[in-house]
Write a protein of this length. Structure first.
Length: 146
């Protein structure tokens, strides 16, 4: 949900390798790079309607609207991404057991509301913990050269 940035690119690459269906909801002008989208998995779709995108979703993932290095675009991006916020209204159109994810850090009240981020569907902090363990394993591999 949101920007077709590096996080979206990672999800797209994972979908190409693992073959799962991936629906990205992005505003016009903020789609992922076409060369990343093109690939063996034809079950990757990009749409401009967030409510349609979450209808049968197992998980909803979002990221900040203005990443590091894009601070000068912040006002423009906030305007462009209105309607792409992960909030209770969006969750009403999703499955009851949908998982909500965010790669952190989050700007509460922009791309995700606090009640959703801290709510029963959120796995945001479990996701962060898992990412920490992954980073530790990569560092160990690099440091020990095993």
């Amino acid at each position: 949900m949101g920007d077709g940035n590096n996080v979206s690119h990672s999800w797209i690459n994972a979908a190409h390798v693992l073959g799962f269906e991936l629906v990205l909801a992005c505003p016009d002008g903020y789609h992922p790079l076409p060369e990343i989208v093109e690939g063996p998995n034809k079950k990757i779709r990009i749409m401009g309607d967030p409510k349609k995108a979450v209808k049968a979703a197992d998980a909803i993932n979002t990221d900040v609207w203005a990443s590091m290095g894009q601070e000068h675009q912040r006002k423009k991006r906030i305007a462009a991404f209105q309607g792409f916020q992960v909030n209770q209204d969006l969750l009403k159109g999703a499955r009851r057991d949908v998982l909500v994810m965010h790669c952190l850090p989050a700007h509460r009240g922009e791309e995700i509301t606090s009640d959703v981020m801290d709510g029963p569907n959120s796995v945001v902090f479990d996701q962060a913990e898992n990412k920490m363990h992954l980073h530790m394993a990569v560092l160990e591999k690099l440091i020990l050269r095993k």
